[in-house]
Design a binder for this molecule. Structure first.
Ligand code: HEC
Ligand code: HEC
Ligand code: HEC
Length: 128
């Protein structure tokens, strides 16, 4: 024998429990940090790939660079903008984004990611 009323109430409570994290955070979500560009990056105007790509897929690009440098000894990257870049986390990315804590870290902290790269790669020196 089924008790329709009880099943419906049960379902309702279940759905509320599932939705709770979303309902709870409405209006409370912290504002996403705005990545701050260095003077050098501002002068360069563009990243090694278009913003939409680099924003969503920089980790894949870095993985590819690492693979190609370490395993295949291919050190130069031809970007879709026609420019050639030296494939290096420290020398290329971090030269332009030398404000790691305000740029990379702030966004990673917000998104809850902590790349382990800096266990070995040297992070740029930052003033202040
Ligand atoms: C020549 C300077 C330069 C180099 C080298 C460079 N970037 Fe950028 N990067 C920029 C600029 C300028 C922007 C902002 C682009 C824009 O607003 O269109 C940017 C944007 C980004 C963003 C997006 C930030 C946002 O607004 O959400 C990420 C992530 C990023 N870069 C990571 C990297 C990584 C990883 C590398 C190395 C693979 C790298 N960059 C190399 C200049 C550079
Ligand atoms: C606009 C936000 C933003 C900025 C700015 C940013 N990242 Fe990221 N990064 C992310 C997100 C989100 C992920 C996780 C993506 C995923 O897990 O698929 C990530 C992942 C990574 C990873 C892979 C980590 C892992 O454990 O898989 C690396 C490496 C990385 N970022 C390097 C950098 C570097 C270097 C910079 C600065 C030059 C930078 N990121 C700037 C958002 C950002
Ligand atoms: C256990 C130490 C270690 C860790 C952790 C590590 N790397 Fe590396 N990585 C190396 C070594 C060693 C090389 C080879 C350096 C060379 O030949 O120029 C290298 C080379 C690279 C290169 C190509 C050369 C260069 O100068 O950048 C990239 C890109 C790179 N790693 C990205 C990453 C990223 C992204 C992470 C984090 C997700 C990471 N690595 C974590 C040790 C490490």
């Amino acid at each position: 024998m089924y008790d329709k009323g009880k099943i419906l109430i049960g379902l309702g409570i279940g759905v509320l429990i599932l939705l709770f994290p979303f309902l709870y955070s409405v209006g409370k979500a912290a504002k996403a940090p705005e990545p701050v560009l260095t003077e050098k990056a501002k002068t360069a105007k563009e990243c090694v790939e278009p913003l939409a790509f680099i924003k969503a897929r920089h980790m894949e690009l870095l993985d590819r660079w690492r693979q190609e440098v370490v395993r295949e000894d291919i050190r130069y990257y031809k970007s879709s903008n026609g420019k050639t870049y030296y494939k290096s986390l420290q020398v290329t990315c971090m030269e332009c984004h030398s404000n790691k804590s305000k740029f990379c870290d702030q966004c990673h902290n917000y998104m809850g990611v902590s790349p382990f790269c800096w266990d070995c790669h040297i992070a740029p020196k930052e003033n202040g």
